[in-house]
Design a protein around this ligand. Structure first.
Ligand SMILES: NC(=O)c1ccc[n+]([C@@H]2O[C@H](COP(=O)([O-])OP(=O)(O)OC[C@H]3O[C@@H](n4cnc5c(N)ncnc54)[C@H](O)[C@@H]3O)[C@@H](O)[C@H]2O)c1
Length: 337
């Protein structure tokens, strides 16, 4: 049994609280910290079975009984708290991204050098049953050599322009998951990236300095070509699909729906819309990633999404931004870190 603390009790902190309390059988959640802890959150946490709540995450870092921390606070706190947690001898699960600044990610990588502490980054989609099945088909050689990888990733509704302004922009906030998925499915890094992007959903997003629609092409180190298409608003809901096409065949997934109902009437044939958003669609993968993190601590095995895997999609996001700014393909080697 591994005793853990959670830092940050917002949306994703609550998701991981629920997972640990309900599904992760080899972890015990002792303390949750959030500077804005209020009575309502406190009550919710107590009802979930969490022993302690605090406004100061140092209580978690200073608690010798707590072996591992989950950093679920706002993005700008991830790398500083990672460094403090590593210095305090805690295993770390850090939500994506580790940081938007490559120098600060490098500091985290440096702090982990020669350490036996586990560090996992929250790229939960690798643990999704659909994407994991595509990956397995690739690993089993069913599609042969990968030639084309396609990721469709469209949100059901855009975030507010205020959120966009502080989120690091679409590439570092949303597409970062797709960059990780491309690396995961290809089994290698990207070498070059080119982006066509636009503001087609909400002019406010453009005024905040971001884009809401993009098609991204990537040249992978194994020669495969990848395509990611992103929209901040798909009228029919959260559209999350992947396909690997190769020399022997193709592995592809469709969206998850609440049921497999297909209704056929005189008017036509209809099915269910995709599950609404990431909280619904990825519930199982959020629990699975934490189970695997705890397993890696208990069995002293490497985490399945390490700090280096946290760095690479940020590099790709920065290259994507550069491609938009300079209207040209950008080699990943151009991004100095
Ligand atoms: N893996 C995923 O799919 C996924 C999904 C959502 C969010 N995230 C990531 O999780 C992070 C949090 O996102 P969210 O949607 O839960 O945001 P949120 O705003 O709902 O929650 C963030 C919480 O962190 C707290 N916080 C801020 N500073 C803190 C500190 N020093 N110590 C403790 N708590 C602190 C805030 O008070 C807030 O309650 C972001 O970095 C985001 O990128 C990942």
């Amino acid at each position: 049994m591994v005793t853990v603390g959670i830092i940050g009790a917002g949306r994703i902190g609550k998701v991981h609280t629920r997972s640990i309390c309900n599904f992760v059988h080899n972890a015990k959640l002792k303390t949750v910290a959030d500077p804005f802890m209020n009575e309502e959150t406190e009550k919710w946490l107590k009802d979930m079975g969490v022993q302690n709540t605090t406004k100061d995450y140092h209580e978690i870092l200073n608690d010798p009984e707590i072996q591992a921390v989950l950093i679920c606070s706002s993005t700008d706190t991830h790398s500083p708290i990672s460094l403090e947690a590593i210095a305090a001898g805690k295993h770390v699960f850090c939500e994506k991204p580790i940081d938007h600044d490559l120098g600060r990610i490098r500091e985290v990588l440096k702090a982990l050098e020669g350490s036996s502490l586990k560090y996992q980054v929250g790229f939960n989609r690798r643990f999704d049953h659909n994407f994991a099945a595509v990956k397995q088909a690739v690993l089993d050689g069913k599609v042969g050599d990968p030639h084309i990888i396609r990721i469709t990733s469209r949100d059901p509704e855009p975030p507010s322009p205020a959120y966009v302004a502080v989120s690091g922009g679409m590439f570092l906030d949303m597409t970062i998951h797709d960059f990780d998925m491309v690396r995961f499915l290809a089994g290698c890094d990207a070498e070059e990236i080119y982006v066509q992007s636009a503001v087609l959903v909400d002019p406010g997003i453009g005024e905040a300095g971001d884009v809401d629609t993009a098609v991204i092409t990537l040249k992978m180190a194994n020669g495969a070509i990848a395509v990611i298409d992103n929209s901040r608003r798909a009228a029919y809901g959260y559209d999350q699909r992947a396909e690997v096409f190769g020399s022997k065949g193709m592995a592809a997934t469709s969206n998850d729906t609440a049921s497999s109902l297909v209704l056929s009437t005189a008017e036509g044939i209809t099915g269910e819309k995709p599950l609404y958003f990431f909280l619904e669609r990825y519930t199982e993968s959020f629990a699975k990633e934490i189970t695997c993190f705890i397993d890696s601590i208990e069995n002293d095995t490497p985490t399945l999404v390490g700090a280096e895997d946290g760095l690479k999609p940020v590099l790709m996001g920065i290259a994507a931004k550069k491609s938009v700014e300079e209207h040209r393909p950008v080699k990943l080697s151009e991004i100095v870190y």
